[in-house]
Design a protein around this ligand. Sequence first.
Ligand code: FUL
Length: 473
Amino acid sequence: MKKEPEYIVKAAAVVPSERQIKWQELEFNAFFHFGINTFTDSEWGNGNEDPELFDPEELDCRQWARLCKLSHIKGVILTAKHHDGFCLWPSKYTDHSVKSSKWKNGNGDVVRELSDACREYGLKFGVYLSPWDRHEETYGQGDAYNTYFKNQLTELLTGYGDIFCVWFDGACGEGKNGKKQKYDWQGFYDTVRKYQPEAVINITGPDVRWCGNEAGVCRKSEWSVVPYYYSNAELIAAQSQHDISSPPKKINPTALDLGSRKAIKHCDKLIWYPAEVDVSIRKGWFYHKDDDYTVKSLSKLSEIYYNSVGANASLLLNIPPMPSGKIHERDIETLLSLGAQLDIDFQENLAEDSVMTDNRHLDDKHTGQHILIDDPDEYWHSGFDPDGSELVLDLGDEYDINKIVLGEHIRTGQHVESFELFALINDKWKKLADETVIGYKRICRFPEIRVRYFKLIIKKSRCFAAISRFEAY
Ligand code: FUL
C-alpha cells in the first residue's frame, strides 16, 4: 500500500457533482454572442445604444442549431444580456430590450427562438447573463441592482425550459453612474439552484472554472481538483478583462499550475472545479464585417479541439451571428469541416472488442477488461499501490492507428499524475506519449502506425488509479 501524505489522501477523495459530470460529458459547446453590439459593430457597448437598432430581419436560430448539430456541438449558450444591459428577451424589469426594438415590432424573443431550436435539434440550452450592466440605473446601488439581476435571472430560469448552464462573466467595471456594484454572488447562485438545480454555474461560479485565457489553450496539466480559493468570485473578476483594448490572451503565468502536489500542499480546502476553454471562431466575440477574414481555419480549430477536449478541459466555441440573424458562410464552412473531420477522426473505436490485461487490480470487478465494457461506470481499479501499474491492450490484429483516447473514472475522482503510452513495434515497446494528467479525457495523438498491442504505464497516481476509457482510432 502506497503511503500518501494527508493532503494527497484528501485530494484523491474530491469528486464531481452529478451536474458537473453531465456538463463534462458534453465536451464541446457553442457560445453565441449576439446583441446590440452586433448592430453597432462593437465589442463592449456603453449602455446608451438605441434599442431600435436591434433588427435581425432574417433571424434563423434553427440555422444556428442545425450547424451545431452537424459540428459535434452538444450545448449552446446565448448572451441573453451583455455588458450593455440590452436584453434579448422581453424582460418585464426593463425597457432596454427586444421589446423596444424595430424587430418584429417589439414582439420578438431571441431566447425563446433559440431555446426552441435547441430542443428541436436535441441540444442543451444555456444562458450568459452579464453581471456588469452599463445601462441599468440601479447598477452600483447594492441591493436594488442585485434584486434586478435576480429577477432577470428568474425570468430566464423559469420561462425557457431546461437550462444546462448559467455563465456569469468575470468582466466588471464601473457602472453608468461611476459606481461599482457589490454583487450578491451567493444570492445569484441560490437563484440558479432553486429553479434549475441541474445547471452548472460557470466562471464567476462554483461549478466550472475559466481556463484563464481566450486563446483556445489550456494547461499541460489541467487538474480538476484545485484549491477552493480559485472559485472566489472576486478573485476571478479581478483576473478578468477590465479594459476592452487588452483581452486576456495568455494563461496567467502565476496560475500555470493549479493542481500539482506543490500547488495544493498548503490548502485547507480543495474542490472539483474543471476547466473550460472559451474562444471565438473569429477575432471578436461579436460579429464585425472586418473580421470576416479572421475566421479560424480547420487546422486551427482542430488544434484547439484537441488541446481542450483532449486535455481534460471542455471547449466553448463562440460563433457570432451577423446583423441579419444568420451565421456567415465562412464560419459555416469551417465548422462543418471540423464536424466532418471529427466524424473521420472518431469513426470506429478499434479497441471495442479487444482484450485488456493488467499487472494488478483491486478485485475481479475492476480488472483491465472492465475498461472496455461500454458503460462509463465500469472501470479498472489499480488497487492501493498504483505506481508502475500496467495495462496492455491487444487489438487481436494489426490496425493503422494514430490516436489513443484515455479517461479516468471521474466519479471516483482524478488521480493520475503521470503516465506513459507505448506501442509494440518489431517486438520493442516504442514510447508514444509521456504525459502528466489524464482526467475526464486525454487524447494522445501520434503519427499513424500499424500495431496490435498498446501498453499504458501509470507512473504516478494519487492513492489509486481508476481508468474507464481506452479507445483506439
Ligand atoms: C469577457 C467579455 O468581456 C467579452 O466581451 C466576452 O463576453 C467574453 C466571453 O467574456 O469577459
